[in-house]
Design a binder for this molecule. Structure first.
Ligand SMILES: Nc1ncnc2c1ncn2[C@@H]1O[C@H](COP(=O)(O)OP(=O)(O)OP(=O)(O)O)[C@@H](O)[C@H]1O
Ligand SMILES: [Mg+2]
Length: 400
């Protein structure tokens, strides 16, 4: 019999991290408040932009809670419900299917598993009934993580939130229901209120949201955390990242988790670098990444098709400070939650890699550059205009 050994660890750029295969920062210490809220039986939102480690942290939390022995913690994705925005029955069916599938994959004992078949009853009650039936039978306290919760839209979103609220309120009268529920996605609490037709300024007693404690946001990596992550590669292979190279990686990415991994992956797996890794190689990796247009970066461009995103990015690139009116404030906060911009006073593009990518590939930038450019549209004039809009190469984190 051949025993299959796991391949060497590497920097992950495709989906959630697996501690057996990937270098990763221990996910749960990044958000100690999450454990506290779960222990206090709260329902809350955990939000962060794309590719920042949401699924990785939920999987790690579920494993930790299960290992402690008195909790059945399950994370499952709502992604597949995306196509059923106003079909409540179909949304409930697909969510229950995803829940059951995740439980089956977890390798739990039968007594912990949610019921096999969906419950009877009116559409709009089935999801809550199934959770209640599961909690009634399960000998452990149930904790549920609904990942990719933003996939829910329209009346389906309202229905699922209402059912959670109904169960949460009835728990105190002995109704079996999950002890804690975490809704995880890109949106913060305020955006869910808007999406379900609620007034973001108020939490009315009838609001589906008044069960939710608050929103928590995952942060970007610090320079020390990047050093810690890159050091795992050094420990495994003996190849070092110089201190300056780590600082450069922070400057270029501002700690965006996927970008931090992507730079290191490019250097260690694609560029065939031997010996210590220097700033010049980090810069080269950045150039290669921008040229390759990976999905993570290309998705920035897709975002610009949304008029409110385009308006904000254009204003930021033109250096026009957003006004203080509530409407624009909501738009800026939406774009900030997508992680496209950062800073509160005068927002800027989130990191030099995004900025340079937009500069190279977005039609919006070509517009700006054309407007900036008074004379003939030559390469030199273009470079000069780029310098005026985006700053010097040094400020811009590298060559242009
Ligand atoms: N704990 C971690 N340590 C190091 N890198 C991480 C960690 N968590 C996430 N990453 C990086 O972020 C990437 C995305 O991780 P993950 O899929 O968990 O994020 P996500 O926020 O759920 O993404 P999506 O928005 O696509 O659902 C990983 O491929 C990896 O590059
Ligand atoms: Mg995810």
């Amino acid at each position: 019999m051949t025993i299959r050994t796991l391949p060497a660890k590497h920097f992950n750029t495709t989906g959630p991290c697996d501690p057996r295969r990937h270098y990763l920062l221990p996910p749960t210490p990044q958000l100690p408040q999450v454990r506290k809220l779960i222990e206090r039986d709260r329902y809350f939102v955990l939000h962060a932009p794309r590719q920042t480690g949401k699924t990785t942290i939920l999987d790690a939390l579920a494993s930790e809670l299960i290992a402690e022995g008195d909790t059945a913690a399950l994370s499952f994705s709502c992604e597949r419900a995306k196509i059923f925005s106003d079909d409540i029955a179909a949304t409930e069916a697909i969510l229950l299917d995803s829940l059951r599938e995740a439980a089956d994959l977890s390798g739990w004992l039968d007594e912990l598993l949610p019921p096999d078949s969906g419950p009877e009853g009116q559409a709009g009650t089935r999801f809550g009934k199934a959770l209640s039936e599961w909690c009634r039978r399960c000998p452990r306290r149930v904790v549920l993580f609904l990942d990719d919760f933003d996939a829910l839209q329209g009346t389906s979103l309202i229905s699922i939130l209402s059912q959670l609220r109904h169960g949460y309120n009835a728990r105190h009268k002995g109704f079996p229901f999950p002890a804690s529920v975490v809704l995880c996605g890109l949106r913060d609490l305020r955006d869910y209120k808007v999406a379900s037709g609620g007034d973001p300024a108020r939490l009315s007693p009838a609001s589906s949201f008044n069960i939710l404690a608050d929103s928590l946001r995952l942060g970007d990596f610090t320079t020390d955390q990047i050093a810690e992550l890159y050091d795992q590669h050094t420990q495994e292979t003996g190849q070092e990242f110089t201190k300056d190279a780590v600082h450069r990686a922070f400057e270029l990415t501002k700690g965006q988790p996927w970008l931090v991994n992507a730079l290191a992956h490019e250097i260690t797996s694609e560029m065939g670098v031997s010996g210590a890794i220097t700033t010049a190689q980090v810069d080269e990796a950045k150039e290669r990444l921008i040229r390759k247009r990976p999905i993570h970066l290309d998705a920035l461009m897709t975002r610009l098709y949304e008029p409110r995103v385009e308006r904000v990015i254009r204003a930021v690139m033109e250096g026009i400070l957003p006004g203080t009116d509530a409407y624009l404030h909501d738009e800026v906060s939406y774009v900030r939650n997508l992680d496209l911009i950062r800073g509160s006073g005068a927002p800027e593009i989130a990191n030099p890699i995004y900025r340079e990518f937009l500069l190279h590939h977005s039609p919006l930038c070509a517009d700006l550059l054309r407007r900036e450019q008074q004379g003939p549209f030559t390469d030199e004039a273009l470079t000069e205009a780029r310098m005026r809009i985006f700053g010097s190469p040094a400020q811009n984190g590298g060559r242009m």
